[in-house]
Design a protein around this ligand. Structure first.
Ligand SMILES: C[S@@+](CC[C@H](N)C(=O)[O-])C[C@H]1O[C@@H](n2cnc3c(N)ncnc32)[C@H](O)[C@@H]1O
Length: 271
């Protein structure tokens, strides 16, 4: 008789919650994301992240897709050309406004927009063939979110989570002189899915330009958006750090921090 699998006793959801709550990086509100919508809409069009992500999707037999945390449509819009209908979900009104504008500009009509948060009631959402959530799993209760995503899909799911544990490079923390409490990484999700009876495949996407700031003001604002308020002394040190960055060929300084993403995918156990 095989013995008991002790791994099944570990409450990865509780560990995730503890680590996320203690982390330097707290989840952003819908209003925070509203402020980033314009910038993201411009920057993400045709990014190498989007190319890499889309290239890894198996859409065989899929007619409908749900894109959770769709933002301004860098994935939902190209996907709408490949399937019958895309349902795009996000809690930021501004992201969705720009998504609709981008869809109009590109002549995409087979898109249904849902203004909902992860924690809202999704009972009115239709079941779809494939659920994707790209860089948008900002939740307190990871187990509940994974159950919710999995329940929505008939064929398979794709989820990208940050593979690293901080959203800024080490030197920024040195400049700030702040300790970093890491975010919980993708491995919590792999283990929770395992406990749900789902075997996730894990792939890694190394993409450039995870964070790029072209001016000292953008840089300080970007750090503030991620970490909350900064003291005047911290701002001053960040500006000095930015002006000391190596110059690019065009003579300008640019802060760049490349991210690595873990792409988890799993098939629905029973269809
Ligand atoms: C980093 S962007 C990712 C956009 C797009 N999926 C991509 O990969 O380029 C995160 C998106 O998730 C949305 N988001 C964050 N937390 C959310 C939540 N709790 N419920 C619904 N949407 C959320 C934000 O409004 C934002 O549009």
């Amino acid at each position: 008789m095989p013995g008991k699998d002790l791994l099944m006793d570990i409450d990865f959801g509780a560990l995730y919650r503890r680590q996320a709550r203690a982390s330097t990086f707290q989840a952003r509100t819908a209003a925070d994301w509203d402020q980033r919508a314009e910038h993201r809409s411009r920057r993400e069009k045709g990014s190498d992240y989007a190319r890499e992500f889309l290239a890894r999707l198996d859409l065989a037999d899929a007619e409908t897709i749900l894109d959770i945390g769709c933002g301004t449509g860098n994935l939902a819009l190209p996907l709408a050309r490949r399937v019958h209908r895309v349902h795009a979900l996000d809690f930021s009104a501004e992201m969705l406004r720009l998504l609709r504008a981008n869809a109009r500009a590109e002549g995409v009509r087979n898109l249904t927009v849902h203004r909902l948060a992860w924690a809202d009631d999704w009972s009115r959402l239709p079941r779809i063939d494939i659920a994707i959530c790209s860089r948008a799993m900002a939740v307190d209760d990871l187990s509940a979110a994974l159950q919710k995503m999995n329940a929505q899909a008939r064929i398979r799911c794709y989820l990208t989570l940050h593979a690293g544990t901080t959203f800024l490079s080490e030197d920024v923390y040195r400049v700030l002189r702040r300790p970093v409490v890491p975010r919980p990484g993708y491995i919590y999700a792999v283990n929770i899915l395992y406990q749900m009876g789902l075997r996730a495949r894990v792939d890694f996407l190394r993409t450039t330009g995870g964070l790029t700031y072209d001016t000292p003001e953008q840089f300080v604002e970007g750090i503030r958006w991620r970490l909350g308020s900064l003291t005047a002394a911290e701002e001053k040190r960040l500006l000095a750090y930015f002006s000391g960055l190596p110059r690019e060929a065009d003579g300008t300084a640019r802060y760049r921090h490349d991210f690595e993403w873990a792409l988890l995918s799993w098939e629905k156990a029973a269809r």
